[in-house]
Every structure is written in C-alpha cells, then in structure tokens.
Design a protein around this ligand. Structure first.
Ligand code: FO1
Length: 308
C-alpha cells in the first residue's frame, strides 16, 4: 500500500487532508500537524490545528467559521464574560470539553500524541494524526507592536500588526513525535498542504530531526500553493509576504521551499517560473468535497509522476 504523508496546519490543510482521506485507503495516510499555534489559555492546553483537523475528519467542523465545532452552544463564554474573564478567544461549550479533557489527560502524564490518537479513535477517524512534536513549540511574532504570541497576533489583534520576523520558541530542542520520522522516511509521497508557509508549515520545518528526515527521504515532496491569483484563500499569508519583503506570487513560495520540494501544484490560472521543480496546474480552490478530492488527486498524481 502506497504511503502518503501530509504536512498540515489550519483550515486549508484540513481541507486537503479531508480530500486525501476520501481517495486513499485508511491505513495509507498520515497527517503531521503544526503545534506552533498551541497555547495555554485559562489553564487549558489548546491545540487549534490538531482540533481543526479532528473536527474536519470527524464531520464536526464549523466549515463557515474555519475553526471550532458546528452547532456549538456558547454558555461557557457568556458565563465567563459575566465574571469579567477574557473573551478575546472564543471557546464553544463542546470545544471546551475537549480542551478540559485533553488538559486533564496531559496532566496525568499522557503525551499529546496519545491524547490526539485517543480522540481520533473515539470519533472513528482512520487517518493517522501525529502532532509534529510532543514537546512545546510556540510561534512568536516580532511586530511593530512588540513580540506577540501567535494567538494574540492572530485572534486578539486580527493579524493587524506589521510582522518583522517570526520565531519558533522551543523548536530547536523539540523532538518529532513518535512515528513522525518513520512516516517520512517510509513514505512514497510527501505533500505540503496549502497552509500558511510561514506560520503553519515553518514550525514543522524548524524541528531539526523532522527537517532532516524530509531531506533524507526518497519520497518526492509536493507543495500545494496557498495562493490563487496572488491572494491567499483565507488568512494573513499575502499580507505577511508583503511585510517580509516578498512578491506575493508562486515564485516566492517555491523559493521559500527551495531545497525541500520537488514540485508544486498551483491554480489553473497561475504561473510559477521557479527553476528545478516540476509544476502542475489544477483548480485549487477547495469549497466542496469534490474540490478537495480533485486537489488531493492532482497532488498525488504529481508526486506519482515524479516517482515514475
Ligand atoms: N480563531 C478566531 O479567529 N477567533 C477565535 O475566537 C478563535 C477561537 C478558537 C478556539 C479554539 C480553536 O481550536 C481555534 C480557535 N480559533 C479562533 C482559530 C485559531 O486561532 C486559528 O485558526 C489557528 O490557530 C490558525 O490555524
């Protein structure tokens, strides 16, 4: 059985993983997930990218919102607000249950990988979901408003601050979670989801043993561009690229992944003139399930073509 590994974070990544899960057999897909967005909030461990993927694959995601659960109630937030608690980060009641239970299990000594696997099993998710690391890695942004934790920048300040640089605290000391290096080394294809390269993919690449596994693997590595017509589908990718003095185009994305990727899948109307990598086109906007399956199939075909 051909093994596919996908590096993912956020809602764009979850859409591709859902598409892949529909076209691949259950035991052939491993998702390695960004945990640089994780933080402690109200004493709880919140893992947004893992949760977005869990909710998406379990059919529980609030697709319109891009995070959290469909059909949430908000009694906890209303009660918290009444008590003068912080309301800049919204936690639905069902979502809260997950954060409380995960935090309890972590405090009992379970690892983030174990907790994630147990939630996935409870919800009948066949795709293997691995956090990039069981150790803490925190994405931090140097901005014109000072150094900000990722969620303060992203949610509280709505990505408004101008970003000067991005760092991943703890990444240099972090080990990949169990199974991550093996999955990469034994993969037949590796895909990089159309997640934000700077905020969602770079934290994974900052974990030294994960990056060197990607450099050692014989599998072709295919990135799906997060840009369509010079714009990001969602989130601050394009704004960030401007602030980091890059042209907002596929050449810049390819340059960012230089030495790592063998190919890039870009939108039908777009171009990429990067030397030394293969380029394939498809309509990369993922709205419906069939869109997600189409992009997943095009990425798999591109990798397969490179293997052949
Ligand atoms: N994003 C928001 O824009 N506002 C929120 O209040 C918010 C709450 C939230 C709670 C749990 C969770 O897992 C994710 C949440 N997100 C929220 C999304 C999250 O900040 C980002 O989508 C990711 O970290 C970026 O991929």
């Amino acid at each position: 059985m051909s093994q596919v590994v996908v590096l993912t974070g956020g809602v764009g990544g979850a859409k591709l993983v859902l598409g892949l899960s529909q076209i691949l057999s259950a035991d052939s897909l491993t998702a390695i997930v960004n945990t640089g967005d994780d933080f402690r909030h109200l004493g709880l461990h919140v893992s947004p990218d893992i949760d977005t993927l869990l909710y998406t694959l379990a059919g529980k995601a609030n697709a319109a919102q891009g995070w959290g659960r469909e059909g949430e109630s908000w009694a906890f937030m209303a009660a918290l607000r009444e008590l003068g608690g912080p309301d800049w980060f919204a936690l639905g009641d069902g979502d809260m249950a997950l954060h409380v239970w995960r935090s309890y299990l972590l405090a009992q000594g379970q690892s983030l990988s174990q907790v994630t696997a147990s939630f996935a099993a409870r919800w009948g998710i066949a795709t293997r979901i691995l956090p990039m690391s069981d150790q803490p890695v925190a994405t931090m942004l140097e901005t014109d408003r000072g150094r900000l934790e990722f969620q303060r920048y992203f949610v509280e300040q709505r990505c408004e601050p101008t970003v000067r640089s991005i760092l991943f605290e703890g990444a240099a000391q972090a080990a990949p979670a169990p199974g991550v290096v093996d999955a990469i080394l034994s993969a037949d294809s590796i895909l990089i989801a159309p997640s934000n390269p700077f905020l969602s993919v770079d934290p994974l690449l900052a974990v030294p043993a994960l990056r060197s596994a990607l450099q050692q693997t014989a599998a072709p590595i295919v990135a799906v561009s997060p840009l369509i017509g010079g714009k990001a589908v969602k989130g601050p990718t394009a704004k960030l690229m401007g602030e980091l003095n890059m042209a907002v185009d596929n050449d810049s994305i390819a340059r960012h992944y230089t030495g790592l990727i063998d190919a890039m899948l870009i939108d039908s109307g777009d171009r990429c003139d990067a030397p030394d990598i293969a380029i394939a086109h498809c309509a990369t906007l993922m709205t419906t399930l069939s869109d997600k399956m189409r992009v997943a199939q095009a990425a798999i075909d591109l990798a397969g073509g490179l293997r052949a």
